[in-house]
Design a protein around this ligand. Structure first.
Ligand SMILES: C[S@@+](CC[C@H](N)C(=O)[O-])C[C@H]1O[C@@H](n2cnc3c(N)ncnc32)[C@H](O)[C@@H]1O
Length: 258
């Protein structure tokens, strides 16, 4: 049987602005905004008091099993597996996932303080105990996490960096794919949602030349439609309003030795 790679056509990259050569060596650094409008008093209070309780300290060694980050869940279901969402923005998708999967621990990663304030308000309002947060660059979080410790990594509407000279800033790079290969367990997934065709093609190209992942799509609807239970984010809604259609890609990590 043909693999999805052989059967499915890759979206063709549209013309993009080309204003200079991309450098060969990808730099891993965070380039986005860390601060936006001034926080309201309660949001500042959440950043000062709730964030330190939920924040991961990656200057200390990671525990051998990340499930232990979520402590004994007294009177609640025990955490069985851990997932990361990279750049959760306002947290719409992450909060919905954490509420729907109480036996999964979630680590939300977002350097943008206003996004952090928003998700803290939701965590407080819903009393969610299966979420931890990291207010920095997700590549540092991936470098910290133990090998094979994650079930899934979600990257939803990442910053597109459309100019050629900025492609090296995109989160999907050979180096981040290698980092995801290390931290995902066998059968673990990398899920990617994006409304910028060039970044979709870029991601397919990078993941499909990696021997460590298989694109899980079997039919066109698998990438044209959100997977079951998907919660639309703020950037997803904005893309729809502006007439751009998102693509949904699921890559599964191959078993070691495959
Ligand atoms: C275009 S926004 C999308 C936000 C959200 N996922 C959504 O769909 O509404 C991209 C987000 O990724 C965050 N981001 C960018 N680079 C990141 C990195 N290296 N690590 C973690 N988050 C990052 C940005 O701060 C920003 O909030």
């Amino acid at each position: 049987m043909a693999s999805p790679r052989e059967r499915l056509p890759m979206p063709a990259p549209p013309p993009i602005s080309d204003d200079g050569p991309a450098r060969d060596t990808p730099e891993r650094a965070f380039f986005g905004r860390r601060k936006g409008h001034k926080l309201r008093a309660h949001q500042s209070d959440l950043i000062a008091h709730l964030l330190p309780r939920l924040s991961l300290d990656i200057s200390a060694a990671a525990p051998p099993r990340l499930t232990t980050l979520f402590g004994p869940q007294t009177g609640r279901l025990q955490i069985q597996q851990v997932r990361i969402e990279v750049g959760f923005g306002g947290g719409e998708h992450l909060i919905a996932e954490a509420a729907a999967h109480p036996q999964t621990g979630f680590i939300g990663c977002e350097p943008y303080v206003n996004g952090m304030a928003k998700i803290l308000a939701q965590i407080e309002a819903r009393g969610l105990s299966n979420l931890r947060l990291f207010a920095g660059d997700a590549s540092e979080l991936l470098a910290w996490a133990p090998a094979g410790s994650l079930k899934r990594i979600d990257l939803i509407h990442p910053d597109p960096w459309p100019k050629r000279r900025h492609w090296k800033r995109r989160f999907v790079q050979d180096a981040t794919i290698a980092a995801m290969t290390r931290v995902l367990g066998d059968g673990g997934e990398f899920r990617f949602v994006c409304d910028i065709d060039h970044y979709v093609a870029w991601t397919l190209e990078h993941l499909m030349r990696s021997r460590d992942f298989t694109w899980a799509a079997e039919r066109a609807d698998d990438w044209r439609l959100p997977w079951p239970g998907y919660t639309m984010t703020r950037y997803g809604a904005k893309a729809t309003r502006e007439g751009r259609r998102a693509t949904y890609l699921v890559f599964r990590k191959n078993s070691s030795g495959v």
